[in-house]
Design a protein around this ligand. Structure first.
Ligand SMILES: C[S@@+](CC[C@H](N)C(=O)[O-])C[C@H]1O[C@@H](n2cnc3c(N)ncnc32)[C@H](O)[C@@H]1O
Length: 247
């Protein structure tokens, strides 16, 4: 957040996103002076994409519904030049990590609150990010070992409750970005198709990404092609992303 524009790090190289750098050697980022001083944060390339798709501006009010530990909240704050307002919420026991990153990185435009994302947030907002809890099959190789159809079904029901609540609180003409770090249809395109089926005023918008991605594949809606799937090979972990406007 406070990094000087000419900050040079000897252990990174450039990526397609100017402010994202790739490690050239394995180091403990969390022990570097740049990290402790709040100049840098560690995040995969894929994880940086949802805030870019949200495209927050300094005058926006953003609701980041499942925000901890705050990788995307702090990136959103940076994109908003630390102006406007972000409501960053999560479960109460997850707020410590969120607070720590927000304070370390010098974020000043964010209100942190414990909130159940399945309930409509009491303040209005014109942009929202729902980086939903998911089966994490795109980021944790051990997640496959504990996977059952029951887990995916339960998660998809939670995700539908959350996307409904977040979409209902969004101002007209506002934008919601939905993302997960998993690969199942039920948690990705399935959640978006459910939203389109239940809310006539939800419209998918095309997404242009700076990294390779595949179009999402649905069962009901041709517009589902506007959703994107990023592979772990291209971006460190697999991600699904959808951009929805409330018309
Ligand atoms: C994928 S992680 C979010 C990562 C975060 N967006 C980031 O970039 O650092 C999903 C989050 O959803 C939160 N979560 C799970 N159930 C929730 C609920 N009912 N209400 C609010 N947050 C919830 C988890 O605690 C977890 O922090």
């Amino acid at each position: 957040m406070k990094a000087p524009k000419d900050l040079k790090l000897s252990y990174v190289k450039d990526t397609v996103i100017p402010y994202m750098k790739e490690l050239t050697k394995p180091i403990s980022i969390g022990r570097t002076i740049e990290y402790l001083g709040g100049y840098i944060h560690s995040q995969s390339l894929a994880s940086a994409i949802p805030p870019i798709v949200l495209d927050p501006k300094p005058w926006d009010t953003v609701y980041d519904a499942t925000a901890a530990p705050g990788s995307k909240t702090t990136q959103i704050a940076m994109l908003m030049e630390n102006k406007g307002t972000i409501f960053a919420t999560d479960k109460a026991d997850r707020l410590r990590a969120l607070r720590s990153n927000i304070s370390r990185l010098g974020v000043l435009n964010t209100v942190i609150k414990a909130w159940d994302a399945k309930k409509t947030f009491p303040f209005s907002y014109n942009k929202a990010l729902l980086d939903a809890p998911c089966s994490a099959l795109g980021s944790h190789k051990y997640a496959w070992e504990r996977l059952t159809p029951g887990i995916v079904k339960t998660l998809s029901l939670v995700q539908k409750d959350m996307i409904k609540a977040v979409f209902e609180g969004l101002k007209e003409n506002g934008v919601l970005v939905y993302s997960t770090c998993t690969v199942t249809y039920e948690e990705n395109e399935g959640v978006i198709e459910w939203l389109l089926e239940n809310f006539q005023n939800a419209k998918l918008e095309p997404i242009n990404l700076p990294i390779p991605a595949k179009d999402g594949e649905g069962k009901e809606y041709s517009d589902i092609k506007h959703t994107k799937r990023i592979s772990a090979k291209d971006a460190g972990e697999a991600f699904f992303i959808a951009r929805i406007r409330k018309v």
